[in-house]
Design a protein. Structure first.
Length: 109
């Protein structure tokens, strides 16, 4: 796995669904990347273009996070959050959420 930089803190493996939200994927991705870079934290952004691949990508990302003692982070809507949460469940990996969806029920609760 190639991470952005070295850091003492666990790396963030960020799964972002390009289809979530209001067609502002590039702006959202840039904002997340700038913010994480400013923190000095190692990270890898995994941009999902095909929603049918989210489950497989989530499972692979969980395996990578376990190997590098990283944190799985999801940036997406309610369905994406649910899919990635199910992949993380029981793995022992820390999990973070950046709600991005159109309805954003997760973020509103």
């Amino acid at each position: 796995m190639q991470l952005s930089q070295e850091s003492a803190a666990p790396p963030l493996l960020i799964i972002m669904n390009a289809g979530s939200g209001h067609n502002d994927t590039d702006q959202t991705k840039d904002t997340i990347e700038r913010t994480v870079q400013a923190s000095g934290r190692a990270f890898r952004m995994i941009l999902v273009e095909d929603p049918s691949q989210i489950e497989q990508i989530a499972q692979r990302t969980v395996s990578e996070a376990k190997a590098c003692k990283g944190v799985v982070v999801v940036a997406g809507g309610d369905g994406t959050i649910n899919t990635v949460a199910n992949a993380v469940l029981g793995s022992g990996c820390p999990f973070g959420v950046l709600p991005q969806g159109t309805f954003n029920y997760f973020g509103r609760t």
